[in-house]
Design a binder for this molecule. Structure first.
Ligand code: IPM
Ligand code: MN
Length: 355
């Protein structure tokens, strides 16, 4: 922790319930900054569906460079019912991930006390792992195309592409993270070496080479991605850190999220370890709950905690997480929107007053 330090944060509340959850996230971040003696200097941006509808512009060209001036980005939600799916997601979220080279998507899967999980008989001790999702490559690069569209002969291709460079930097991050986390010191690669024999040959070789040479103390495991989903349900306690490619990671982290209580609590970080990272609740913009003060803000609050951890404010980050756990254990009836027993703003207050 650096006393009197000021962090410049870009705030992108976005669409739907994004602004409501971001407000509570900022409320808790402010409580933490007051307590732990650092400053947060926010600049708000209105990128999202409403702006797009008004101006026809998804993200101004200057925006990406502007974002580089901040120490971190705090995002609400992207997605608007009046805008065709893909436009805002690709134009804002994915564009920022790619252009800011946020090549890691960090998604903790942790069951907090008092939270109901659909996994029968599983306790917080048994659901506590982190997925390191590669965030810059694979099918998300959009490499491919469509030919003879609209004819019976049409062909569509979307390639899963990976360079050694992309795979290696992701794996190195995952090994370092596992080492720093210092729990079970086990890194599991989730892949599909039995079918995607080119791409996962590259991943598996790099995994064993890097692990064998530079991380002899980290135990290496390998699971096919389909099997990974089974074990995430049946034996989540096996996992410490899972590393996987982009699309697989997208899918298994939603599965992980539901086992930790759902979108009300799940947070993620889009990390560029050498640059500007972006933190978000991983649930969507939940249009049907917009403006009702019923959405659960804990995921945004947890995204704030991740942001502070990444900025090096570890104590403040832990304080937020502890406050959230106290609230889930002692206060909330459920994590579902409208079922918490408290409003969105009240949940923000409950966490803030515990910092
Ligand atoms: C996520 C989301 C995004 C993704 C969408 C909104 C583009 O599902 O962050 O997991 O697929 O990465
Ligand atoms: Mn997703």
């Amino acid at each position: 922790m650096d006393k009197n330090k000021t962090y410049r944060i870009a705030v992108l509340p976005g669409d739907g319930t994004g602004p409501e959850v971001v407000n509570e996230g900022l409320k808790v971040l402010n409580a933490a900054s007051a307590k732990y003696g650092f400053k947060l200097d926010y600049t708000h941006y209105d990128f999202g569906g409403e702006r797009f509808k008004k101006t026809g512009e998804v993200l101004p060209d200057s925006a990406v460079d502007e974002m580089r001036k901040f120490q971190a980005i705090f995002l609400g939600a992207i997605g608007h019912p009046d805008v065709k799916p893909g436009i805002l997601e690709k134009g804002i979220l994915l564009r920022l991930r790619f252009e800011l080279d946020q090549y890691i998507n960090l998604r903790p899967v942790k069951l907090y006390p008092g939270v109901e999980t659909p996994l029968k008989d599983k306790t917080p001790e048994q659901i506590d792992y982190v997925v390191v999702r590669e965030n810059s490559g694979g099918m998300y690069t959009g490499m491919g195309g469509i030919m003879m569209q609209g004819t019976p002969q049409e062909v569509a291709i979307q390639n899963m592409t990976y360079s050694r460079f992309q795979v290696e930097r992701c794996l190195r991050y995952a090994f370092e993270y596992t080492k720093k986390r210092n729990k079970r010191k086990t890194l599991a690669l989730s892949g599909k070496t039995n079918v995607l024999t080119y791409v996962f040959d590259l991943w598996e070789r790099a995994f064993n080479e890097i692990g064998g040479k530079d991380y002899p103390d980290i135990k290496r495991e390998y699971y096919h991605v389909d099997a990974t989903t089974m074990w995430m349900i049946k034996n989540p306690e096996w996992f410490d850190v899972i590393v996987t490619e982009n699309m697989f990671g997208d899918i298994i982290t939603d599965l992980g999220a539901i086992t930790q209580g759902g979108m009300g609590i799940a947070a993620g970080g889009n990390i560029n370890p050498e640059g500007v990272s972006m933190f978000e609740p991983i649930g969507g913009s939940a249009p049907k709950y917009t403006g009702k003060n019923v959405i659960n803000p804990l995921a945004s609050i947890c995204a704030g905690a991740m942001m502070l951890d990444t900025l090096g404010e570890t104590k403040a980050s832990i304080a937020i997480e502890n406050a959230v756990m106290d609230v889930t254990a002692k206060k909330l009836k459920s994590l579902g929107a409208g079922k918490m027993g408290y409003s969105t703003t009240e949940v923000g207050d409950l966490v803030a007053e515990r910092i």
